[in-house]
Design a protein around this ligand. Sequence first.
Ligand SMILES: [Zn+2]
Length: 196
Amino acid sequence: MKKVTWNLQYNTLPAAIRYCKKCSEKAKFTCSEQFRVNAQRKYLDVWLIYKCPHCDTTWNATVYSRVSPQSLPPDRLDRFHCNDKALAEEYAMDVAFLHKNGAEAGLPGYTVVGDSFAIGENVELEIKSAYSFPIKVSALIRKKLLISQKAYEKLIAKGGLVSASGQDLRKCRLHKGITLRFLEFPEVLINPLQSV
Ligand SMILES: [Zn+2]
């Protein structure tokens, strides 16, 4: 069986969905990729700053609260001070970090990187993500292989697509990854470009 790997490449950070007092409604706060550091004599506070896209209200997501500066990993404080992009991404892409701060996590923008193939080939497909997000597997596959919702459902109903771990491919979400098997099914031919 042919093996294909797809990797998710993220191109935007997820929004932090929370109530904006000024807008009086839930808003998708965007990550500024800037940290705010407040160093008192003994204690340190660090926040990652988000902004409401409608009214520019800022919201600080707590990274560290009243910790001793010595307790941080070496050089981390410098990275906060210089708004290290990779470090900001590490926090912003962490769903648990947003939950801890009382916000829901939106979905980041992504591109699927990997080889495409024709429906009807025997292919074992592994989809991998460096970060855990509840992205719908069906949407991801349909986008990459250019198949309609109807064609996708037919493929599953006819046994032409199964999950290696028995998950329901109509509903399941990606998180860190999934392995799928596309199988030949001669009785049904689907034109991959046919969209309904
Ligand atoms: Zn607002």
